[in-house]
Design a protein around this ligand. Structure first.
Ligand code: DCS
Length: 291
């Protein structure tokens, strides 16, 4: 039996019903989070839940649960569904109301749901590296909000999939922003560059963890936007996300990066990131080094 959370209660999945006029369904009027679970424990859950509250606040939704309440509910759900390695998906919408673009009455109850999923670590891809395409970033100008509206991201990802690639690297004009569901980094002469955390990208939790790791280990990381030209001439390119962790990109639009194999910096960051996971969640069973 699978359980989900609906408005603060853990219930059976087939008993969870959402109204057809929920604003999440009608408009994508809400925000979400994806949190990684390793060894039955959430990784960086505080950071994710804080971002959830912030994203909601940015669109005028106030989350009716404290971070502690949400964290404890999610922990119970993981336990009940017996998830060792997977993800928790959490979303909140502006609730149910007759369809109208303007916000409903402020007292309209929000709809919050969460569910778990068993998800392996993409260790094969992490070891071999993945291919990417370049595509124009056609999204709105508040990409810092983890909005349910993901059409721009979906179109970009689908284009990548149809080209036999793992990710789409988006750019606004000459400037590289981020992946369709990841942040993007380049390495040049030992320094890592990534787009600043402004309105044009989602400030990834994995990205933030990488920044911390780099600062602890004296690895130079600069938040500075870079061009397509710099991307194509980088020593290494990598992406980061909750589910993909630290993923080397070894081919962009058919052009090999670092001779088509993951570089030393990418491998080092993967190792350091795994060490972080192990501090919070205990020893990992499979690491890319073992495959
Ligand atoms: N940028 C975008 C557009 C994203 O959707 C994501 C994560 C990231 C960056 C990386 O952020 P995190 O490091 O916090 O994951 N996307 C989530 C998603 O939709 N599925 O998995 C992760």
């Amino acid at each position: 039996m699978e359980f989900v959370i609906l408005n603060g209660e853990i219930i059976e999945r087939n008993e969870a019903k959402i109204d057809v006029e929920d604003r999440g369904y009608q408009f994508g009027d809400g925000v979400y989070e994806v949190i990684r679970v390793y060894n039955g424990k959430m990784f960086t859950s505080k950071e994710h839940l804080e971002r959830f509250e912030k994203s909601a606040g940015n669109i005028g939704i106030s989350v009716p649960y404290s971070l502690g309440e949400m964290s404890s509910l999610l922990e119970q759900l993981i336990l009940k569904n017996d998830i060792q390695l997977g993800t928790v998906y959490l979303q909140i919408t502006r609730g149910i109301s007759p369809r109208n673009h303007a916000f409903p009455h402020a007292e309209t109850p929000t709809t919050m749901v969460a569910y778990t999923r068993q998800v392996e670590r993409p260790v094969g891809n992490m070891k071999s590296g993945v291919k990417a395409i370049l595509t124009e970033d056609i999204r709105w100008l508040r990409c810092d909000i983890k909005s349910l509206n993901l059409l721009g991201n979906l179109l970009a990802k689908q284009k990548a999939v149809e080209a036999g690639c793992f990710e789409a690297i988006q750019h606004r004009g000459e400037t590289v922003t981020e992946g369709s569901s990841s942040n993007v980094f380049i390495v040049k002469d030992g320094t890592i560059f990534t787009h600043p955390a402004d309105n044009l990208i989602l400030n990834g939790i994995t990205r933030k963890k990488l920044q911390e790791i780099c600062s602890t280990h004296s690895i130079r990381l600069e938040e500075r936007s870079f061009s397509i030209e710099e991307l194509m001439h980088a020593d290494e390119v990598l992406m980061s996300s909750t589910t993909a962790e630290i993923m080397p990109i070894i081919d962009i639009d058919g052009n090999k990066v670092n001779g088509g194999v993951p570089g030393e910096m990418s491998k080092k960051l993967q190792e350091l990131f795994e060490a972080e996971i192990e501090i919070q969640c205990g020893q990992l069973v499979t690491t890319p080094g073992e495959i």
